[in-house]
Write a protein that binds this ligand. Structure first.
Ligand code: PMP
Length: 409
């Protein structure tokens, strides 16, 4: 780290004495010379602890859908905070939010609330098993669904038994899903899938209609439960369920991240046929009734509709994508820009070790643009056309620096 990160480095030294590893989780995923500690943020601009300011193209890995400190959301949260947050049971917000989700998501006849995406994906699997009385769940190879033993990407402390009834298929490969379903046989409880393949390190893949319909077909044929992990993509691709444009609705949806525009809340929504199974499970957490995040989520959903946000994000994402394409070509680089433009993944050709991507991300950081070299980015309502253009202005010199680094200038 250089002088730009003086306070940061001191803080990391202190952290390492009192927190295992200093920081853990997705903050560790960032390139070595990216800041881990932040101090403030507004809209899509964040400051690290040294006061360096960045346009955040990661939206804190998703949650900041409307931008940080969004006025209307903060007003709603503050109004609820004045009344109280954490009671022995829920408030009226609980019912209002369940009503709002069942109104907007076609397959949702009911909703349940938690805190994290992992809570929601795990509850989906429990409901699928409770409803079917079966054990096997199919997951896409390499897909991220959370950080507890059944799904965490690391091996430490994980037992084979934690994953004993999980079988794997490849995203967009219906034959592999059919083979896994055959292996599960009469013990197939359900299939979990994300709206698109948004794995880190690789090109993103949109689902083919055949794949989406095929998974639906397998579940229908086996009376199994189709679960959609909307935690990362939810509300950026569509107003309701992310596969609604394909005419495919899952039976259960796991939502999180952007639902409360940064406030901790996640949800499971489901079909009528799964209501009794969902009600049969003892599912709770000390903070799951918290009313402030629910007030924030209600307002967040209202603003998403007011702005027709998925369309706006798609358009501004397309502007970023086209601008980056132009800059890359004029500097002699080939890029693979994949995934929906609202959540772009940008990988350099001939960059298996991510050296070009990492250099580019670090140089861009020094110019005030924060993103990740091999994890999808996220756009928010605060990334206006002007902000996108400002990013592009800063990224031009980053491409020039990369050109000098790899030679040929
Ligand atoms: N599913 C997906 C697709 C995710 O991207 C994430 C978080 N990155 C999770 C589940 C887990 O969510 P959380 O970190 O809130 O537990």
């Amino acid at each position: 780290m250089d002088d730009r990160f003086r306070i940061h480095d001191q803080l990391m030294e202190r952290a390492k004495r009192v927190v295992p590893g200093g920081v853990y989780g997705h903050a560790v995923l960032a390139p070595p010379r990216h800041p881990r500690f932040f101090s403030e943020g507004r809209g899509c601009r964040v400051k690290d602890v040294d006061g360096n300011e960045y346009i955040d193209l990661m939206c804190s890995f998703g949650p900041n859908l409307l931008g940080m400190q969004h006025e209307a959301v903060e007003r709603a949260a503050a109004g609820q905070r004045r009344l109280g947050n954490c009671f022995a049971g829920p408030t009226e917000r609980w019912v209002e939010l369940a009503e709002a989700l069942t109104e907007r998501i076609a397959h949702a006849d009911w909703a349940m609330f938690q805190k994290n995406g992992t809570d929601a994906t795990t509850l989906c699997m429990t409901i699928a098993r409770a409803a079917t009385g079966r054990r096997k769940i199919l997951l896409a190879e390499g897909a991220y669904h959370g950080a507890i033993p059944w799904c965490t990407p690391s091996a430490g402390g994980v037992l084979p038994e934690d994953r004993a009834h999980l079988l794997y298929y490849r995203f967009n490969d219906l034959d592999s899903a059919r083979a896994a379903a055959r292996e599960a046989g009469s013990d197939l409880a359900g299939i979990m899938v994300s709206p698109f393949r948004h794995d880190a390190f690789v090109d993103q893949e949109m689902p083919s209609p055949e794949f989406a319909r095929g998974l639906r077909g397998i579940c229908d044929e086996h009376d199994a439960v189709l679960m959609m992990d909307e935690v990362r993509a939810g509300l950026r691709l569509a107003r309701g369920s992310s596969w609604e444009h394909l005419g495919v609705e899952p039976d259960l949806g796991a939502w999180g991240k952007s639902l409360g525009n940064g406030y901790p809340i996640s949800a499971v929504v489901g079909r009528e046929s799964l209501r009794d199974a969902a009600a049969s499970i003892y599912s709770t957490g000390s903070f799951w009734y918290s009313a402030v995040p629910m007030a924030a989520a209600l307002e967040c959903l209202r603003v998403v509709d007011e702005l027709d946000l998925p369309t706006r994000l798609e358009q501004n994402g397309a502007r970023l994508r086209a601008g980056i394409h132009g800059l890359a070509s004029s500097h002699g680089f080939s890029l693979r820009q994949t995934g929906p433009s609202q959540m772009p993944q940008i990988l350099f050709e001939d960059d298996a070790d991510f050296r070009k991507g990492s250099f580019f991300a670090e140089d861009a950081l020094a110019r005030g643009v924060y993103f990740h070299p091999f994890h999808n980015m996220f756009l928010s309502a605060a990334h206006t056309e002007e902000v996108i253009d400002e990013c592009l202005e800063r990224l031009g010199p980053a491409f020039s620096a990369l050109r000098r680094e790899v030679g040929g200038d």
